[in-house]
Write a protein that binds this ligand. Sequence first.
Ligand code: FAD
Length: 498
Amino acid sequence: MNPKRCDAIVIGAGMGGLTVAALLARKRWKILLLEKEGRVGGYVVSFKREGYTFDATGTFLGGCQEGGEFYQILREIDAHEAIEFIPIHHIRNIYPGFEISLKQGGFSSYADALTDLFPEEEKGLKTYLSLVKRIGDEIRSYSGITLAKRILFPFYFRNLIRLHRTNHQTILDRLFRGGEIKMALHTLPATEPPSRLSFLFVAALISKALMEGVFYPKGGMGRVSRVMADSFLNSGGEILLNTKVDQILMKDGRPAGVLTEEGKVFDAPLIISNVNPNLLTKMLPPEFQRPLLKKTERFEYSLSSFILYVATDLDLNEMGLPYFTYVRALSDLEEEYQMMRRGEIPKNPTLIVSVPTLLDPSLAPNGQHILKILVIAPYQYREEWGKQSPGKRQQIKEEFCQKIFQQVESKLIPDLRNHLLYYEAATPLTLERYTGNEQGAMYGLASTPEQTGHLRPSHQTTVPGLFRVGHYARPSHGIVGASLSGLFAARAILKQMA
Ligand SMILES: Cc1cc2nc3c(=O)[nH]c(=O)nc-3n(C[C@H](O)[C@H](O)[C@H](O)COP(=O)(O)OP(=O)(O)OC[C@H]3O[C@@H](n4cnc5c(N)ncnc54)[C@H](O)[C@@H]3O)c2cc1C
């Protein structure tokens, strides 16, 4: 393919960009994918250090079973057989005063465990799960909406309409009495506390992903983006790495191509952006920025995270450690969130510890394990993690690593620091630098009721011929959420061009 002449240019090879590029390439579109880094994947990458394969960010993904949402996307691009997904069964959630440990099953067995712990809340839990299921059914039905259903929308989608402004706290308070079960039900992949998290997002997540189980890709998270890139290349697509887009060139009110940082021009009548909305706006000539700015100024990002990558010679299998452990020390989720928004981190922050080598031993040399320890963290901590001076940056990072090690040793793995073979950490600044996600926003737009469902930015921007995908667009954040945004954008583009 001549990269100078293509049907569409995709800016950014995150999950959204890779998905839309691979799907359009399967339809014989000539697609050029431009990525500023030396590899594809955005947040979904693995990296090697001294014989260890670490996942930069993600811990699990849903919808990978046959017929699942992500499986269907992989199938559509003929990549479903190129990757093996290992089901994650063994999880342990530790809360102040109680814990839930599961060896088998997904969210339904989690709910059973909650009933055993809090029998007095059984009725509320049944109502909660039934509501979640009904919303899940409505969302599924919405994706294949017929004209009849469109006309009778309020009848078929009454929960989506009724609850679109509702946060998780409202539902939890309505159905449960105790604070502990509310805390346990809010153990979700989102950085917002119950008062800010959209209940529709929660219901979609539980009904679609968590109920059906979650998975880990054999070979590491980076395998997911690599197989998508391979499918794209096999369909005739072209990827240019280390190519940062600087400007979107316009002609007669529509995109005409892009200008890269190195001064190269690539022409295309259609541009699909997988980058942060502010960066996208700045790529446009001033007269096209204003309508986009009106919306982006009001956007609220999710929080970021600090990630500690560790290798150890401890036998974590023998110690009975599960793949996934969630350790919460503070019981007030709202207070923890408010601290973070002020740029502070609690003395004992919540930890999310995963051990990928328990599922895939090939990620480390024989007899050794790797751990990833994730802490939700604000971008503004200690004046943006001491960015003014490299010495200060290193000092703050190291202090934080030791704080996390201490907590992991006291709650989970005694003596870990005497068995370290390697460790390294990433701050929110690292996340921002590698992916262009402003403030290191780990989930893009926060999933508040105001930024969920039809209120989340759609794939078509205010500029004709300019589309957006990724976790700042519909339907949601997450690996599968971002990939679905690529699927929906591809469908919208194909429909418009038909
Ligand atoms: C620490 C952490 C843990 C997470 N854990 C999970 C998890 O367990 N499960 C889950 O489902 N999700 C998880 N997520 C969220 C998930 O990874 C993201 O929501 C999703 O991957 C975002 O995909 P995206 O399509 O928006 O692209 P991004 O990953 O944001 O990638 C954007 C791409 O665009 C490129 N780019 C930016 N600017 C330019 C430019 N000017 N020119 C060219 N290229 C450019 C970037 O380099 C990058 O490759 C996690 C995220 C983080 C940070």
